[in-house]
Design a protein around this ligand. Structure first.
Ligand SMILES: [Fe+2]
Length: 161
């Protein structure tokens, strides 16, 4: 099959795909963590937090799919496995053993992850805009920054007294 001829060099497409695959790994880890908190949280705010996290993990499923499909639109390969996600993510998972954080600890941890992703997105956005000139990926990143900022606000509001 002919290589993609979309006005972006192979090098630019591959460089952008690296940024997107790192982001994909972060989103996948945050999806699992948000879903796990939705199941495992307990406390006086159970119903409202359970429902908030339900909305957020559904949004994260869409982000994962949009990012992976963007990598494919660049004619590059999207991450193939959970192993790849572990290799690429900048986030920390919930502990596999021992006590889980309490409900506000979970919300604070998720907020921290959204803020990490927002900062990483800004760096990737500026690099891809300046060096790769890939307007499609820049636009996707801008959209994701706005959506993560709103999700972060909803989490942060639960922590404010
Ligand atoms: Fe559920």
């Amino acid at each position: 099959m002919a290589p993609a001829s979309i006005g972006l060099s192979k090098q630019a497409r591959e460089q952008t795909a690296k940024h997107l695959n790192n982001l994909l790994a972060d989103e996948f880890v945050l999806l699992m963590k948000t879903w796990s908190c939705h199941w495992n949280l307990k406390g006086p705010n159970f119903i409202s937090l359970h429902e908030l996290l339900d909305e957020q993990y559904h949004a994260l499923v869409d982000f994962v799919d949009d990012i992976a499909e963007r990598v494919r639109a660049l004619d590059c390969i999207a991450l193939r496995s959970l192993h790849d996600c572990h290799e690429h993510t900048r986030l920390k998972e919930l502990p596999s053993e021992g006590a889980l954080p309490d409900e506000m600890g979970m919300i604070a941890g998720l907020l921290d992850d959204h803020e990490t992703i927002i900062r990483e997105l800004r760096t990737s956005h500026d690099n891809v805009e300046e060096y790769e000139h890939d307007v499609g990926s820049v636009s996707l990143m801008e959209d994701l920054i706005i959506k993560h900022e709103k999700m972060a606000w909803f989490l942060r509001a639960h922590l404010e007294k």
